[in-house]
Design a protein around this ligand. Structure first.
Ligand SMILES: [Cu+2]
Length: 155
């Protein structure tokens, strides 16, 4: 789903670039090329700054009656790196980024929360099915460095 979103976004951007280049048909070929390159760089910058998750920094809505789980992000690790829930349970992840900005994503349930350095933010989701699900930080390089955890949802 995340991949599809990124691809859709890229297609939309390329269309935009084409439209933008088309509007400048009276410019010389060289200028047009420069404009197109500038547009591509601007677009790439936007995508990169959002991290690999492609969902930006929007925190997912917290369902009513959610149970709050406090998670600390520090030193490229989550604490705790394992949490448990019941099927159908509504959760709110209260993420505190200690050292630098981090996010926490539970793709299985569309849960996302991003917190700037020294800040706490909240994002929620409903653990709608049983199993073990990964959560991770989507800031480039962080998951690769081990910034992930497991959410266990029990029947
Ligand atoms: Cu991180």
């Amino acid at each position: 789903m995340t991949q599809k979103f990124i691809i859709d976004k890229e297609i939309a951007m390329h269309t935009k670039i084409q439209q933008y280049s088309g509007m400048h048909t009276r410019l010389s070929g060289r200028t047009r090329r420069a404009v197109a390159i500038a547009a591509i760089l601007a677009v790439t910058g936007l995508v990169t700054s959002c991290g690999s998750g492609g969902h930006g920094h929007e925190n997912s809505a917290v369902p009513t009656n959610a149970r709050t789980i406090s998670v600390t992000a520090d030193g490229l690790a989550f604490s705790p790196d394992r949490m448990t829930a019941r099927v159908g349970e509504a959760l709110s992840i209260e993420l505190t980024s200690v050292d630098i900005a981090h996010d926490l994503n539970v793709d299985a349930f569309d849960g996302h929360v991003y917190a700037e350095a020294g800040q706490t933010a909240e994002g929620g989701f409903t653990a709608s099915s049983a199993g073990e699900f990964d959560y991770y930080c989507s800031i480039p390089g962080h998951r690769e460095a081990g910034m992930e955890g497991t959410l266990v949802v029990e029947e």
